[in-house]
Design a binder for this molecule. Structure first.
Ligand SMILES: NC(=O)c1ccc[n+]([C@@H]2O[C@H](COP(=O)([O-])OP(=O)(O)OC[C@H]3O[C@@H](n4cnc5c(N)ncnc54)[C@H](O)[C@@H]3O)[C@@H](O)[C@H]2O)c1
Ligand SMILES: [Zn+2]
Ligand SMILES: [Zn+2]
Length: 342
């Protein structure tokens, strides 16, 4: 089968023939229909420091996908050929304290699909049945392809109750934009989002942000004043990975405010701890998605009318992967989709 592979320990990707994956007794074989390109895939293509430390070639990339089940192992119940599915890309150990307690998103030995083992940028992918999410209701295929980052957005946005609250999101990348849509849909009063990219701020306006602020030109404090906020934001969702964004967020929170941090900074940095302490701010790190409570929330939010369509801004046949990766790396639009059926 065709697969998009990091063949050598150097920059680049190779579209090549690889063997079809083996299907174990507890596995599901999926014919891949569409995939989403993630920042992780861009790191692996460019072969930066993180990729060099984390990846061993050869490796098939990709963890954001939708596909159709074509075969199931003999121990698999409840999933049948023909089912439309996406996959939870965090494969957990099943035996650590958190796994045993059912808190699989807190597993201490998670292996990433398309990072620690061969992934979904291929004509077929095999996954343990416990990692497969069946779409039981009709869902747009492009949206189903990005359930993984949509799950990051939902996990972060629903970390703290936000009905009626004023929410600040730093970073209008694809995940920040999806989080803005979720916060709006879930009943926040104001949803303010920041970025330094005008086209991305424009996408955020399309999904219903109350205010999309270019922080290269205006400050978050100005945004607060424009909305008539007097005491600061109740909820913060950090989705840029940038030190200055988290610092600004902390400065603009209300006393007792709550911050969920998804953005992954490239290195450690300082923040104003005395402000965090004296304002009694809660800061919570977010990794991946809750298995499978976040997935349940994603499906029912879409059923309830959540519209993520503005987030998909690029579509390419898989053969044009280089152009698709270039567009995703450009950082101006939303999610870029590869079609594996073309
Ligand atoms: N914790 C997890 O499980 C997890 C999973 C996926 C992604 N991530 C991280 O979440 C973040 C969001 O992911 P994404 O795919 O949307 O990333 P992205 O890189 O596409 O988006 C980040 C955005 O932040 C903007 N930005 C830069 N400086 C800023 C500033 N000072 N203020 C506000 N915005 C600024 C950038 O212009 C960009 O649009 C990334 O840091 C990513 O690494 C974490
Ligand atoms: Zn991803
Ligand atoms: Zn575990």
């Amino acid at each position: 089968m065709k697969a998009l592979v990091k063949q050598k320990a150097e920059p680049g990707l190779w579209l090549t023939e690889v063997p079809e994956p083996a299907v174990g007794a507890g596995d599901v074989l999926i014919k891949v229909l569409r995939t989403g390109i993630c920042g992780t895939d861009l790191h692996i293509r460019s072969w930066d420091g993180w990729a060099q430390r984390s990846i061993s070639a050869p490796l098939t990339l990709g963890h954001e996908f939708v596909g159709e089940v074509v075969e199931t192992g003999r121990d698999v119940a409840d999933i049948t050929p023909g089912d439309l599915v996406s996959g939870e890309g965090h494969l957990v150990c099943g035996s650590c304290r958190n796994c045993l307690a059912g808190r699989r998103h807190l597993c201490r030995a998670t292996v990433g699909l398309g990072v620690g083992r061969d992934g979904a940028f291929a004509e077929y992918v095999a996954l343990p049945a416990a990692n497969v999410w069946v779409h039981r209701h009709p869902v747009d295929l492009d949206i189903a392809a990005v359930f993984d980052p949509f799950g990051n957005a939902v996990h972060t946005a629903l970390s703290f109750p936000l009905v009626g609250e004023d929410v600040l999101i730093t970073g209008a990348g694809p995940i920040g934009i999806m989080a803005a849509a979720v916060a709006r849909h879930a009943g926040a009063r104001n949803v303010v989002i920041t970025d330094v990219s005008e086209p991305r701020l424009e996408l955020a306006r399309k999904v219903g942000a109350s205010l999309a602020l270019n922080v290269a030109k205006t400050s978050i404090a100005d945004g607060q004043r424009a909305l008539g906020l007097r005491e600061g934001f109740d909820i913060g969702l950090e989705m840029s990975g940038r030190p200055e964004a988290l610092r600004d967020m902390i400065d603009n929170m209300t006393h007792g405010g709550k911050i969920a941090v998804l953005g992954l900074p490239a290195q450690e940095f300082a923040v104003d701890w005395s402000r965090i302490v004296t304002s009694m701010i809660t800061i919570k790190g977010i990794y991946g998605r809750e298995m499978f409570e976040t997935w349940y929330a994603m499906s029912v939010l879409l059923e309830g009318g959540l519209d993520l369509s503005p987030v998909i801004t690029g579509r390419y046949p898989y053969q044009d992967f280089d152009a698709a990766f270039d567009e995703a790396a450009g950082g101006r639009g939303g999610k870029v989709i590869l079609d594996w059926t073309a």
